[in-house]
Design a protein around this ligand. Structure first.
Ligand SMILES: *Cc1c(COP(=O)(O)O)cnc(C)c1O
Length: 402
């Protein structure tokens, strides 16, 4: 079935309003929004009774396998505003060899490296940019550790929107170059991603850019939410026992948590939930520290450093949403050192032929620890997230010279 079918289908419009994730205050749909008046993220709400009537398993079965198949639970009103580069469904791959060694027969990786621009940032940015187009934005700006900037650049080009991207000076070279290669203006900043965010905020006032920072506009969550919808459908509407998610700004974890609530409301799943395990690098673990201290908000992590650049986020505006979801699910937050991350990438590549990105490696390293400490059992159904193609990252030279 051609991918186009999902894009040209009549769009049902189920969005009712937006809501502050912190105070519950209501905001009108079809207007350009940033953060709420309380300075917190906004969540999109839908007429779920209406959605339930048309987004049935059998209706879904007849649609092409991309994220637009969940259109009733997506915010875009007008088909002509959908900017797409082919957001295919990503496979859930069993770790067979490792599973045999560990006695774990339901250990899986959802490989998000297959998406356009090579990372799951495509899910969030295709939605944010489509909505920016729908709401008349002509220029966007965002801070990035690399992959978000690449996806933003690509979709902004498709939409004919100007993109200005700020990244830390030590962002992987390939990311800096791919952003520019996809038509965006890219600046290297002497600082971390939150320092880049401050430059974006300044530019919104001085140049009228629309701020596309993580969770500072409402629609990236909606795109990332499709990971939860998709994995639920792929697993026959039976969620895993635990999900290990490499957590930076946390959009994906928050998005999946929202997806599960919506799926329950439309009757496709019950009240059971996976334990959500937020994985961070030991060199930048603000959520782990806050989780362990029993706090609902996380203080900035000073001196953040890790090879897993996608999760080098010292401070996240959605901290309370991440921590709430982790706690409500009965999950936890785990930090893993860079050596364990590198060893995990080597092990999964060497034993399974699946080349993880460092952030994906972090989830496997955290799984090993969780298994050793009894946080998960070998008999449990566990899903790890690999969020970008391993091909974007430096690899060790292990060739043999003849
Ligand atoms: C952005 C990113 C993450 C973190 O995702 P969030 O949902 O923002 O927490 C993890 N890994 C990679 C490769 C990324 O690009």
């Amino acid at each position: 079935m051609p991918h186009d079918d999902n894009l040209t289908a009549d769009r049902a419009t189920f969005v009712t309003h937006l809501e502050c994730a912190y105070t519950g205050e209501r905001y009108e749909a079809d207007r350009l929004h940033g953060l709420s008046r309380a300075g917190k993220p906004l969540l999109v709400r839908y007429d779920l009774a209406g959605v339930a009537k048309t987004m049935t398993p059998s209706a879904l079965a007849a649609r092409p396998a991309d994220l637009w198949r969940y259109r009733e639970l997506l915010p875009v009103r007008q088909t002509r505003n959908v900017v797409s580069l082919g957001e295919n469904a990503t496979p859930i791959l069993p770790l067979r060899a490792i599973g045999r060694e560990l006695g774990a027969d339901a250990l899986w990786v959802k490989d998000e490296g297959r998406l356009p621009t090579g990372s799951f940032k495509a899910r969030g940015l295709v939605m944010a940019i489509s909505m920016a187009k729908e709401l008349g934005v002509t220029a966007i700006a965002m801070p990035t550790n690399g992959n978000a900037g690449s996806a933003a650049a690509a979709y902004a080009r498709q939409a004919g929107i100007e993109a200005v991207i700020f990244c830390p000076a030590d962002t992987p070279e390939i990311n800096v170059r791919e952003i520019a290669a996809q038509g965006a203006r890219v600046y290297r900043v002497n600082g971390l991603i939150d320092d880049c965010g401050k430059l974006v905020a300044q530019g919104t006032k001085e140049h009228g850019w629309f701020d596309l920072s993580t969770l500072k506009e409402p629609y990236r969550i909606e795109g990332k939410k499709t990971m939860g919808l998709e994995l639920a459908e792929q697993l026959g509407w039976r969620l895993p026992d635990a999900i290990f998610y490499p957590t930076g700004g946390g959009t994906g974890l928050i998005g999946m948590w929202k997806a599960f609530q919506e799926l329950e409301a439309i009757g496709l799943i019950g009240s059971e939930r996976p334990r959500m395990i937020a994985v961070q690098a030991a060199g930048c673990a603000p959520m782990v520290r806050a989780f362990e201290a029993g706090e609902r908000h996380a203080v900035r992590w000073e001196g953040a450093e890790t090879i897993a650049s996608g999760i080098r986020v010292p401070q996240a505006v959605g901290d309370f949403m991440i921590l709430d979801a982790v706690r409500e699910s009965g999950g936890c937050a785990i930090a893993v050192p860079d050596e364990a991350i590198a060893a995990a990438v080597d092990e999964v590549g060497g034993k399974e032929g699946i080349l993880l990105c460092p952030e994906g490696g972090a989830t496997y390293a955290a799984y090993r620890r969780a298994l050793a400490e009894g946080i998960v059992g070998a008999d449990e159904r566990v899903l790890l997230f690999n969020c970008a193609t391993g091909l974007k990252y430096p690899m060790r030279d292990r060739s043999i010279l003849l």
